[in-house]
Design a protein around this ligand. Structure first.
Ligand code: NDP
Ligand code: MG
Length: 385
């Protein structure tokens, strides 16, 4: 069997490193043909030395001595995504910066293994159009959506709403760890520090998604992601807190049967599955699950009063148009400020709510208008005191 070429965008990140481990375990199946990073030239150079890919791109080389053969600027993401040697594009870029690469890969008819959930939140309709036009596909890397896809195995149709249309689903139950503030009261969350927000109880991830997990913005992005992927209406998507992060999500079918996908919290399997779907591949790197060691499993309701960001995001998803892009951009800008120390963690929902109110009803029917809404939301949050 010949190997499949994989373009890995965001190779130096948390998912990027996981993807390098997964590919390293299966040299007879996959090879890395393109690698990109944002500014981390040292780690990218190490990866390039190791994999000898046909293409290497560093978005912001400013001031760094990098090989003349490397691509640069945002265009290098598009070039990597459309590289002729790549059959699969694993998009592990963080934030809205990943959108154009996803669209470029789909325009070239490729499979996108998508960790960059922001792509689907901002540009769900654009992605849908690109898939229909050129026959590419999107397979989720996000653990909850990988879980939903695994529960839906054999039931993905070729027509209907969504990128992976399904029939006969009564309800999705998406699980959330609850993050570091799960048991904190609202008053205590108001005084939360950045170091508290970065202290995730079950998952080790990049900083932006770790803060998103603390505010539950991540879960809002995931509800929208599930809607865009599977075409299931928002009314049928529930979120439940599951502190152990063992059940990655559940699907309830029309007859009342509920399937769940379980495993130790690790991205090894979701990354592997997005590369092999619909096949499964024996793999020694996926941690073994022992039900006795992980007992008991518990479930709790979301405390919406303490975590208003989730409701804001789901409402933006339901509103459609530019609202999900505004939600995402306001959140990205707010998290960047929290990470830079110029905004308190507890002000994230305030920033998002303000941006959504200010930009209510702005156009969002094509890439240009969506990016304009994105820029306006960022400007609003950057100017906030
Ligand atoms: P990290 O911050 O660890 O890594 C991000 C990667 O993207 C790095 O390679 C970084 O390069 C690159 N990057 C950052 N900004 C840009 C930009 N503007 N243009 C191009 N490349 C950029 O993030 P994660 O790996 O944690 O997350 C990646 C995506 O996967 C996110 O969308 C996240 O929501 C999603 N995801 C992550 C999970 C996880 O377990 N980590 C789980 C589920 C989803 P550099 O190193 O040079 O800065
Ligand atoms: Mg997730």
């Amino acid at each position: 069997m010949s190997t499949l070429g994989v373009a890995l965008l965001g190779a130096t990140g948390s998912i990027g490193e996981t993807a390098q481990r997964v590919v390293a375990r299966h040299p007879d199946r996959f090879r890395l043909v393109a690698l990109t990073a944002n500014g981390n030239a040292d780690e990218l150079a190490k990866a390039a030395q190791r994999w000898r890919p046909a293409f290497v791109g560093l978005v912001e080389p400013a001031g760094r001595a990098v090989p003349a053969t490397w691509g640069s600027g945002a265009q290098c993401l598009v070039d990597a995504a459309q590289h002729p040697d790549a059959q699969i594009v694993l998009n592990a870029v963080v934030g809205a910066a990943g959108l154009d690469a996803t669209l470029a890969a789909l325009a070239a008819g490729k499979r996108v293994a998508l960790a960059n959930k922001e792509t689907l939140v901002i540009g769900g309709t654009l992605v849908q159009r690109a898939v229909r036009a050129k026959g590419g596909s999107v397979i989720p890397v996000d653990s909850e959506h990988s879980a939903l896809l695994q529960c839906l195995a054999g039931r993905i149709g070729s027509s209907g709403e969504g990128l992976l249309p399904v029939q006969g689903v009564k309800r999705f139950v998406i699980t959330a760890s609850g993050g570091p503030f799960r048991t904190w009261d609202t008053e205590r969350i108001r005084g939360a520090k950045l170091s508290d927000a970065l202290n995730h109880p079950t998952w080790a991830m990049g900083k932006k998604i770790t803060v998103d997990s603390a505010s539950l913005a991540n879960k809002a992005l995931e509800v929208i992601e599930a809607h865009v992927l599977f075409g299931v209406p928002y009314e049928k998507i529930e979120v439940v807190v599951h502190p152990q992060s063992i059940v990655h999500s559940m699907v309830e079918f029309e007859d009342g049967s509920v399937l769940a996908q379980m495993g130790v919290p690790s991205m090894e399997l979701p990354v592997l599955y997005a590369l092999t779907y619909p096949e499964r591949l024996a793999d020694a790197g996926v941690p073994r699950f022992d039900p006795l060691a992980h007992s008991p499993l518990t479930f709790e309701a979301v405390r919406h009063d303490a975590f208003p960001t989730l409701g804001l995001g789901v409402a933006a998803g339901k509103a459609g148009g530019a609202a999900p892009a505004v939600f995402n951009a306001a959140n990205e800008a707010a998290v960047a400020r929290v990470l830079a120390g110029s905004l308190d963690f507890a002000r994230i929902p305030v920033a998002i709510e303000g941006a959504l109110a200010k930009l209510q009803g702005v156009r969002g029917d094509d890439r240009t208008s969506l990016l304009a809404a994105d820029a306006a939301a960022r400007a609003y949050v950057q100017e906030m005191r």
